[in-house]
Write a protein that binds this ligand. Structure first.
Ligand code: BGC
Length: 268
């Protein structure tokens, strides 16, 4: 083969490799009721596989949750970085709180526990922070400067606070006290279901929570996520906090996507 042909061949090869090389990580979202995972294209913020969901074991101890996380990694035959959104304050992989998980998590190194269970490097972060990161990068928060607050409504209330797209981790505002109750005891989606609240009553409780957050942080935009955000048409009309309120565009997948991006960036 002459030099020119060889150069063309190498150029084509590089072109081909460039096209097929994709940056991926496994994202896992540990929730109060389900643990969900999927392989994520971390450059585009999209799922490359179906979500795989397993019920959260009860009690949700380090051992039982680690087993479930490892079943999810096995399901995808995954080798590589894993990001895991976790419903607690997390500092350098260490779990600091346990509102909707077993108390025995407190003080444990969750990242190490999951890394041992899966035999892969696992990076842990707060679940709402993960969802917020995905929304800021690929969803409802793209190109929004200033202060933005992501709210996840599920078993608890998760919050993620951004200033010019930079995250202040572990804000945990679901535990802010409103009178006798914390915001999540008053207005989480689990409370709506448990107390069988109408959309109007629950919407007005949520509005009180958002007004309290607004009075403290003055976000210009609230991004509302969690499964119930699919029904925003039922409760957005009861919200009148003076900030823009938008639905999370990544819906229930934001936590998985944000966790995967976080892991990919820390692992590379
Ligand atoms: C936890 C948070 C979490 C939120 C949503 C709260 O009970 O303390 O860490 O982000 O629930 O899951």
């Amino acid at each position: 083969m002459n030099c020119r042909n060889r150069r063309i061949q190498i150029t084509l090869l590089h072109h081909f490799l460039g096209e097929v090389k994709m940056n991926k990580a496994l994202g896992i979202d540990v929730g109060g009721t389900g643990i969900k995972g999927a392989v994520v294209d971390v450059d585009r913020g999209v799922l490359l596989t179906e979500r795989h969901r397993i019920e959260t074991p009860q009690p949700a101890t380090p051992q039982t949750v680690a087993q479930t996380v490892s079943q999810i990694a096995e399901h995808f035959e995954w080798n590589g970085a894993i990001g895991c959104g976790f419903p607690a304050a997390v500092q350098q992989g260490i779990v600091r709180t346990a509102a909707n998980i077993d108390e025995s998590w407190i003080g444990t190194n969750g990242a190490d526990i999951f890394s041992r269970a899966t035999n892969q490097p696992v990076f842990l972060l707060n679940d709402a922070d993960a969802a917020g990161m995905a929304e800021m990068r690929f969803g409802a928060g793209t190109d929004t400067d200033g202060v933005v607050m992501m709210i996840t409504l599920g078993t608890g209330i998760g919050t993620a606070l951004f200033s010019d797209s930079k995250l202040l981790p572990n804000t945990e505002l679901g535990h802010l006290l409103l009178g006798e109750l914390t915001c999540e005891q008053y207005a989480s989606n689990a409370v709506r279901k448990k107390e069988d609240l109408s959309w109007k009553v629950w919407g007005s409780r949520l509005n009180t929570v958002l007004c309290a957050y607004h009075a403290l942080f003055w976000p210009k935009k609230f991004i509302i996520g969690g499964g119930v955000s699919k029904k925003s048409h039922k409760f957005f009309k009861h919200l009148d906090v003076s900030a823009e309120i938008v639905v999370a565009t990544q819906k229930n997948e934001a936590g998985i996507i944000g966790a995967a991006v976080h892991a990919f960036e820390l692992a590379s």
